[in-house]
Every structure is written in C-alpha cells, then in structure tokens.
Design a protein around this ligand. Structure first.
Ligand code: AR6
Length: 178
C-alpha cells in the first residue's frame, strides 16, 4: 500500500542551511549569481563552490538567465545538504501576472529534479515570500498543494520539509497542513 503523502511532510522552524537533508531549495533569482535573504545565507554557508557551479550553468544553459519557475541543481558545497536546487520565484505584482502558476512551477521543477536524482529528502523555504513579496498564506497554500500532489504520484523524494523562519509563517503552514 502506498504511504499517504502527508506522512512524508515535515514542518521545521529555523535556518534551512543547517538542515541535514539530501537537497535544499534556494529561493534564488534569474541571474543565479547570488543575492540577499535565503540565497545569501546559502552561498555564505555553502562556500564559493556553489557560485562557481551557478556561473557555469548560467553560461552553458541560461545565458539570458534562469526563467521564472525553472530550477537547476548544484553541489551543496560545505552545507550538510549534498545538493542545492536553485529556483527563480515570481516577483509579486498583485496576483494578475501569472504569479500563482509560476510559483507552482517552481515547486514542480524542484521536485522533478529531486525525484530524477532519487533524493531521499528535500527542504523548501517559502519561495518568493520575502524580498519578492508574495503573500505568505497564498504562497503556503500553493507550496503544500503542489508538494502533496507530487508525492502522491512519485516515490522520490521520500520526505519533504517546509522550513519556516518566523512564527507567522509557522502558524500559516500549521493551518495548511492540518
Ligand atoms: N532559512 C529559512 N528561511 C529563510 C532563511 C533561512 N536562512 N532566510 C530567509 N528565509 P527571500 P524571495 C525565508 O527574500 O522572496 C534574494 O536576494 C524568508 O523569511 O530569501 O524568493 C534572491 O537572490 C522568506 O519567507 O526570497 C532574489 O533576488 C523566504 O525565506 C530574491 O531575494 C524567502 O525570502 C528572492 O526573493
């Protein structure tokens, strides 16, 4: 009997860079060259090897930048996670510029990469919910919906963690997962 997908979901409060999972997701940007927020934290903690691989991927595959909603994987460098999956989330413009579809696409792209590598566990931050201004409740609903859907159809990743930084985000995810 397949394991029900929600037994494969975890909610964790804290810093995603310290998660002992197979892969962590980076809320990056199209340049793939780093930034603030969780992106800055991942590059600081993981060291220069991550940026080096990002530069190569950008030159080889995305000279015009990683399209919004797509994802690419690099080493985890010095992180506990072996892999970082970088995705470019949508900037919130009020909700009528395909933000919801693009955010859903971020989750799908990351999960496909993780499944393709038979990754045991993946940790997601709240993509787009910081500097990019996506409303946290709407973003969490999309995150949970997309992950549940994917897990119901795929064996890998076996476990998905939602990693939240602040109490408000934790409460929002608790309600979504209830
Ligand atoms: N661990 C877990 N969650 C975190 C951490 C952390 N260490 N740091 C922040 N968050 P953001 P975005 C949460 O702004 O909105 C960058 O400059 C944070 O509370 O990192 O997708 C990129 O280069 C929020 O809920 O990403 C892009 O240019 C969530 O992570 C741009 O920001 C995402 O916040 C992307 O903006």
């Amino acid at each position: 009997m397949p394991i029900p997908p929600d037994s494969r979901l975890r909610l964790v409060q804290g810093d995603i860079t310290s998660r002992p999972v197979t892969a962590i997701v980076n809320a990056a940007n199209s340049s793939l060259l780093g930034g603030g927020g969780v992106d800055g934290a991942i590059h600081r903690a993981g060291g220069p090897q991550i940026l080096e691989e990002c530069r190569h991927l950008r030159e080889r595959l995305y000279p015009l930048g990683l399209p919004t909603g797509k994802a690419v994987a690099t080493t985890g460098g010095k992180l506990p996670a072996k892999v970082v999956i970088h995705t470019a989330g949508p900037v919130w413009h009020g909700g009528h510029q395909h933000e919801a579809e693009e955010l859903a696409s971020c989750y799908q792209s990351c999960l496909k990469i993780a499944a393709g590598r038979q990754s045991e566990s993946v940790a997601f931050p709240g993509i787009s919910t910081g500097i990019y201004g996506y409303p946290k409740k709407e973003a969490a609903a999309i995150a949970v919906r997309e992950v549940r859907q994917f897990l119901s159809e795929n064996e890998f990743p076996q476990v998905v963690e939602f990693v939240v930084f602040d109490d408000e985000s934790r409460r929002i995810y608790e309600r979504e997962l209830a």
